[in-house]
Ligand binder design. Structure first.
Ligand code: MOS
Length: 729
């Protein structure tokens, strides 16, 4: 039985605070943690499948044009080689990168260097890899593919454009004004688990183990790519070793494995190499961003301008939504916002953790630091003065808003010294030491979701949904929600995820997973509670459940009387979505050391304070924040995709050359979870947290670099060469 709930108005009843089990929000360790660290949690490529052949992708060595011939005979006689798949279906998906995109390029069209064009299948991985290197491919190359986003005429994204009042005039009349241009480099998701799939047929049914974030969407993509009925496909992603956006949509290894299994009548496994993951999976676009801030003598914004240039392949609809939080974070009645996309032939640009704010916020918050200095106002105070009452562009209230609390609690916990700041006040040997801060903001997303909860006659519970756990803690928080509602220790709740046979939802993306699917579980549990309450003669609100018993000591087992009780929860966001601006907020504080002679920056201390509605598990939420802050360090100091200007191929395509922060780069990170209940965000009063922790953090580091050594830098990442070049004598 399905229970549908569409949320049209806020629910501020704080129902989940009144439950007797008292397990929600507690810092429980991950349910699947032991299986993961002992190597018994199978990732996509690790499922034992008999008679499985191995496939290796072949990728294009031109930037633009088409494949004219693939000479299979060049490899078919090599040891162990079984077949070559060069089906057009593989190529038509090849330009696909964003989760909401239909295949857009014609058959066998090459639109970026490194695009998958074929698959070689052999008995062993080594044989397949060897043959893939020897496959003879001929191309018809189109010269002059545009590669430099600054050298083409960009397209304006009209729905992002805001012209409000007269910014130029506000700038001219401002007591303090800032007009600066920041750049950010492209980023890779760099998930630990490479993209991989095993496809096998059983009659006319196809089962695919793959590493994916959004199964309900991915099954439609795969059905579309293979021209099949969804009902004949089963997708399984029980454990996912990180996604960060790169597994929102299916990528070529999934389609290739399915095509190959069809062609040879055997199961086929395809695992992308680390280099292929870097070169073929979507990138975060590089950006150029102009920030204009006009303020009165008290530092209150009168004008706000943010214009950004990003890039993508021709025809792709995704444009890094750089301005997303700029629309509402600060006031200023005269506003000018614009987003433009340059069409170039680097690999597809798509969602990488916190698309938009991940790079928009570091630019905006850098500019705010420049304004604080010009206006002679403490940077925390400047932000406090500019928090708007309501959305400054849309006349919408905020669903809830904890920026001020985050700024204050964060400053307090960090030991922020308020007042006027001057660079170069502390030096220890070769090192300049300084501090900086920035606000955090990330829009709250939520989507329709379904989950089935079964209260078993033995008094345990089962939760089933196609939702994924990409390392975020989904298994654990869903067990906590069900445990809290049904009065069970979470250990009595079995959670089954990542299988399209279960009720479907939006999966993991845009930080919507916990609030969306968590709400579906909550709705199912509420319906079960109603049934149980009826049996006891109480109302659902009155029903107290704890450790498998009612307040009067009656056990769930006796109430169930030998029968299972199952309900499917179906959550749908209603009008509430249009009635409020919903966002998570926060504040970052950093202390850095900058070497006077080498320009090297070390982050010595970092703290983030975040308000994102109800905390479902204080440990997994904190882990998300620490992960986000770690990404912030990468954005600030090291991470950058480097493209060859001649053919647009990605040069630094492994973890030795693409520098994510490692343990020695990351200090003990402190996280303050600011209490909040957001009744308009979701039925469980929670907002997203996965991405908020990296939205602005890089600016806290950039601002600390300036405070430490006086180098004001407008280009991320702030590598030693850039720091040295900007260092005053
Ligand atoms: Mo996210 S970048 O929507 O996984």
């Amino acid at each position: 039985m399905t229970v549908h709930f569409k949320q049209d108005k806020p629910d501020n009843s704080n129902r989940l605070d009144g439950m007797k089990q008292g397990v929600l929000g507690k810092p429980l360790p991950r349910i699947e943690g032991l299986a993961k660290v002992t190597g018994t949690a199978p990732y996509a490529a690790e499922y034992p499948v008999e008679n499985c052949a191995e496939g290796v992708l072949v990728t294009a060595t031109i930037t633009r044009g088409k494949v004219t011939s693939i000479d299979r005979t060049s490899v078919l006689s090599m040891p162990g080689v079984i077949a070559v798949v060069d089906d057009e279906k593989l190529c038509t998906r090849a330009a696909q990168g964003t989760a909401n995109e239909a295949p857009m390029q014609g058959p066998a069209q090459i639109c970026y260097w490194g695009q998958p064009i074929a698959l070689v299948i052999a008995e062993t991985f080594e044989q397949a890899r060897d043959a893939a290197k020897h496959l003879t491919v001929e191309y018809l190359e189109v010269d002059g593919a545009p590669l430099d986003p600054g050298a083409v005429d960009p397209e304006e994204q009209d729905d992002e454009t805001v012209h409000q009042g007269d910014l130029a005039n506000a700038m001219a009349e401002a007591a303090h004004s800032v007009d600066v241009t920041y750049t950010t480099k492209g980023h890779a998701s760099a998930a630990m688990e490479p993209h991989s799939a095993i496809a096998q047929w059983d009659g006319n049914k196809l089962t695919v183990h793959a590493s994916l974030q959004m199964l309900n969407y991915n099954i439609a993509e795969l059905a579309d790519a293979l021209d099949m009925e969804e009902d004949n496909i089963r997708l399984i992603s029980r454990f996912v070793g990180g996604g960060f956006g790169s597994k929102l949509g299916i990528s070529e290894e999934v389609v290739a494995a399915a095509l190959a299994a069809t062609q040879i009548g055997r199961p086929v496994r395809v695992v992308q190499s680390r280099q292929q993951v870097f070169q073929t999976v979507m990138r975060r676009s590089e950006t150029t961003q102009r920030l204009r801030l006009a303020a009165d003598s008290n530092g209150k914004l009168t004008g706000f301008g943010h214009e950004a240039l990003v890039s993508n392949l021709p025809g792709e609809s995704f444009a890094e939504p750089v301005l997303q939080s700029s629309h509402f974070l600060y006031g200023g009645e005269n506003r000018e916002l614009m987003l433009k996309v340059a069409r170039i032939h680097r690999m597809t640009a798509g969602s990488v953790r916190a698309p938009g704010e991940a790079v928009g916020m570091p630019a905006l918050e850098g500019a705010m630091d420049v304004l604080a200095e010009k206006a002679g106002i403490d940077p925390v105070e400047l932000r406090l003065r500019n928090i708007p009452e309501k959305n400054p562009e849309e006349d919408l209230p905020f669903s809830s808003h904890k920026l001020a609390e985050c700024l204050k609690q964060g400053a307090e916990a960090f030991g922020w010294e308020c007042g006027l700041r001057k660079p170069r006040q502390r030096r220890e040997g070769e090192w300049w030491i300084g501090t900086g801060m920035a606000s955090a903001a990330r829009v709250h997303n939520i989507a329709e979701a379904k989950a089935r909860v079964t209260l078993k006659s033995d008094g345990t519970a089962l939760v089933e949904t196609d939702m994924t756990d990409i390392g975020t803690g989904t298994y654990t928080i869903l067990a906590q929600i069900a445990g809290e509602m049904l009065g069970l220790d979470p250990e009595q709740v079995l959670v089954e995820l990542g299988d399209t046979r279960h009720p479907r939802g939006p999966g993991s993306g845009g930080s919507w997973g916990a609030a969306s699917t968590g709400s579906a579980v909550y709705i199912a549990c509420k319906a079960i509670r109603e049934e149980l309450a009826a049996k006891t003669g109480a109302s659902e609100e009155e029903l107290e459940l704890r450790e498998g018993k009612t307040a009067t000591g009656e056990t769930l087992t006796s109430l169930l009387d030998g029968k299972d009780l199952a309900r499917e929860g179906h959550y749908e966001p209603g009008e509430i979505e249009d009635d409020y601006t919903a966002s998570g907020f926060g504040a970052f504080f950093a202390e850095v050391r900058v070497n006077h002679y080498t320009g090297e920056t070390r982050v010595d201390r970092m703290l983030g304070a975040f308000g994102f509605g109800r905390v479902l598990n204080a440990k997994t939420a904190r882990s998300q924040c620490i992960g986000g802050i770690t990404w912030s360090i990468g954005v600030a100091l090291t991470e950058a995709l480097e493209f060859d200007p001649r053919d647009g191929h990605l040069v630094n395509c492994d973890l030795a050359e693409y520098h994510v922060p490692v343990h020695r780069d990351v200090p003990d990170v402190e996280v303050v979870l600011v209490e909040e209940r957001d009744g308009a965000a979701s039925p469980i009063q929670a907002k997203g947290i996965g991405e908020l922790g990296m939205c602005g953090g890089a600016a806290a580091i950039a601002n600390a670099i300036y405070n430490a050594c006086g180098a004001r830098i407008y280009d991320y990442p702030m590598t030693p060469d850039r720091v040295l070049a900007a260092m005053p004598d």
